[in-house]
Write a protein that binds this ligand. Structure first.
Ligand code: SF4
Ligand code: SF4
Length: 116
């Protein structure tokens, strides 16, 4: 067991050191090098979408819901369910879905993790 005097000196030494962690998510992380082909947060181009619902059919994680808006059927993506398989982007006939390099999919509110 360490001697109490040693422990106190260690505590003081570490109190003066620069913090080793960051106050994430309040402070931004430095960008890490992402591997080629990295699949991150979905970017959906609503104007390109033709409402075929193919993305909804192929999603293995039930991360897509189809809603009806003024232009017809359109998907909504729940990023908190997404497993980043990329199937929706692969099967979309008009390339309206892209998997970006945004890897920070965290939020205090679930609504902030919807992609419309
Ligand atoms: S990337 Fe995969 S899991 Fe995520 S929404 Fe598309 S099909 Fe579903
Ligand atoms: S597969 Fe593409 S075009 Fe079809 S509903 Fe999904 S996003 Fe729209």
């Amino acid at each position: 067991m360490p001697r109490p005097g040693y422990m106190v000196s260690e505590i003081y030494k570490n109190l003066l050191k620069k913090r080793a962690t960051i106050l994430y998510p309040f402070k931004e992380r430095e960008l890490v090098h992402l591997p080629k082909g990295f699949r991150g947060r979905i970017i959906f181009n609503r104007d390109k979408c033709i409402g075929c619902q193919m993305c909804f059919r192929v999603c293995p994680a039930q991360a897509i819901k189809i809603i009806e808006d003024e232009r017809g059927k359109r998907p909504i993506f729940f990023m908190y369910r997404c497993i980043y398989c990329g199937s929706c982007a692969e099967y979309c006939p008009v390339k309206a879905i892209e998997l970006s390099d945004i890897f920070e999919n965290i939020a205090f509110n679930k609504k902030d993790l919807l992609v419309k």
